[in-house]
Ligand binder design. Structure first.
Ligand code: ADP
Ligand code: ZN
Length: 516
């Protein structure tokens, strides 16, 4: 069977989306791959079609136990022999599933990682005719990702245990550092990474000050009557409080969080999908695996903990490609809460530091003076090349100026220090601070030393962060948050590209403007 026949026969589609065909050919060639596609992009087809074309069994590793049953049922209703193994089913049932796999009666088998590595499962799997491993949510393997799961880390032995079997790793959310780490853990050659565009131009972006939020939501909802949307809150309690307030105001809303019994949760979800409940007020537990194309808006009542989560959550809006709106409420209190949550968590010190750095990037997004889409897209190392025109910054621009020379100064300092410096050192060099560390490294001898001493430190910080958000260079979380040059940097350094950023506004000026 060809891939096109399989696509039509089992999934009813006539053609592949961009990159799907290429990825499938690569996998059918028995080569490993890392696939990055935004939520709703069509990742599943990339391993489900090969599963149907190849002889033998495709094993799908997924951390989302709660979704496995639905995924398997969806496949079965398409006439595909699929099953799953996880802690939610009895030992007898597990034995039956394993035997079906052994007898070649299954094409797809979903399994949770902790199950795969329990007892002598790995040895048992060696007796199966496995043609492909698909690792869903593969960012969970990396401690540089935002959702590291220790049980996923064990997958790094997969290649040793099954050296002949190709692996396709998939994720909707991984920055460059995380991508590199996934490849390393799973022994996938980095050049076998497939990245489809993360840009979702139909989703508008807006950040509003987190004051009088309910009132702001009310006036927002009055403008989008009867449309489906999701409001994300930080805590279970606030989902219930916000849902109740909205109901009191005459809107039909339901709260959704992990503390609600499973059967009630699936009922709420079903009502949303069927357009019976237009508004869901949820914690992040909501949305994973939901395939609803007409979500028209997403509001973040509280600040998310990182750009990856934020992008995934707003990505649930406008999957049908028609205009959708998103609003993020930004308040300093949320940052404090998030910071405390991270600091008081049980995470190892290094992990905490990473989470704080990721939170900081989220804060920079909220405070940004440059096109917000540029920030989001450059976070995933893509360059949209122009401002989007569909975010609040684009719609109400602050005064901009040509910062090409400033950028060149910063970039050449990064270049001349062999890309080994982070924010503080960069500032010290630009501003010509002759402190011990600068002198020890001999950085006071650089031609760029002191070239930016005419600007105050806080202004440089603002400009450097704007340049980072612009995509003028990258940041390596895994190397002490040092700055790294990229393709955009070299265009700027060579004078092939002009950079515009916004003029600096001091915090007091900003407050005054917001109060107006
Ligand atoms: P992801 O896992 O990347 O979030 P899915 O694999 O669930 O996305 O696909 C999202 C939606 O797009 C699903 O409804 C899926 O059936 C649909 N889809 C995927 N590939 C195609 C295609 N080639 N043509 C039409 N629809 C597709
Ligand atoms: Zn924009």
């Amino acid at each position: 069977m060809t891939k096109t026949t399989a696509l039509k026969k089992y999934f009813g589609y006539d053609s592949f989306r961009p990159l799907q065909a290429e990825i499938i050919d690569h996998v059918l060639d028995k080569k490993d791959a890392l696939v990055l596609m935004p939520t709703g992009g069509g990742k599943s087809i990339c391993f489900q079609v090969p599963a149907m074309v190849l002889d033998g069994l495709t094993v799908v590793i997924s951390p989302l136990i709660a979704l496995m049953k639905d995924q398997v049922e969806a496949l079965r209703s398409n006439g595909i022999k699929a099953s799953f193994l996880n802690s939610s089913i009895s030992n007898d049932e597990q034995d039956a599933v394993f035997w079906a796999a052994k007898l070649g009666e299954l094409k797809l088998l979903y399994i949770a990682p902790e199950k795969l590595f329990s007892g002598n499962m790995v040895e048992n799997f060696k007796n199966l005719n496995i043609s492909l491993f698909a690792i869903d949510e593969s960012h969970c393997i990396s401690s540089w990702g935002h959702d590291f799961r220790p049980e996923y880390r064990q997958l790094s032995i997969l290649k040793e245990e099954f050296p002949e079997i190709p692996v396709i790793a998939l994720t909707a959310t991984a920055d460059k550092v995380t991508r590199r780490d996934i490849c390393k853990q799973l022994q996938i050659p980095e050049e076998h990474t497939f990245i489809s565009s993360f840009d979702r131009p139909n989703i508008s972006l807006e950040v509003l000050p987190g004051r009088k939020r309910l009132q702001q939501i009310q006036s927002f909802l009055n403008k989008v009557p009867n449309q489906s949307g999701i409001i994300y809150c930080l805590s279970r309690k606030s989902t219930e409080a916000v849902a109740e307030s909205l109901n009191n105001l005459g809107f039909k809303a339901e709260a959704y969080h992990a503390g609600i019994p499973a059967d009630k949760r699936s009922k709420i979800q079903e009502n949303f999908i069927k357009d019976e409940t237009p508004i869901i007020v949820a914690t992040i537990a909501f949305g994973m695996g939901i395939d609803k194309s007409n979500v028209r808006w997403v509001i973040h009542y509280n600040m998310p903990s990182n750009v990856e989560s934020f992008y995934q959550e707003i990505g649930r809006a406008g999957r049908d490609g028609t205009p959708a709106q998103t609003v993020l409420f930004y308040s300093f209190a949320d940052i404090v809460t998030r910071t405390d949550m991270i600091k008081s968590s049980e995470l190892p010190e290094k992990q905490k530091e990473l989470m704080l750095a990721k939170l900081d990037r989220m804060k920079q997004y909220a405070e940004a003076n440059i096109c917000r889409r540029r920030i989001l897209i450059s976070y995933f190392n893509e360059d949209i090349g122009k401002d989007c025109g569909n975010c609040d910054v684009c719609k109400n621009p602050r005064k901009k100026f040509d910062a090409t020379v400033l950028a060149q100064k910063a970039l050449s300092a990064i270049f001349r220090t062999n890309q080994k410096i982070a924010l503080t050192m960069l500032m010290d060099i630009l501003r010509g601070s002759r402190n011990q560390s600068v002198i020890r490294h001999g950085y006071d001898q650089l031609p760029t030393f002191g070239v930016g001493k005419d600007l105050k430190a806080e202004i440089w910080v603002d400009y450097i962060l704007q340049l980072l958000n612009y995509g003028a260079f990258d940041i390596a979380y895994d190397e002490g948050h040092t700055f790294k040059l990229n393709e955009v940097s070299s265009q700027i350094l060579k004078g092939q590209r002009m950079v515009e950023i916004s003029e600096y506004i001091s915090p007091s000026e900003r407050q005054a403007a917001e109060a107006e």
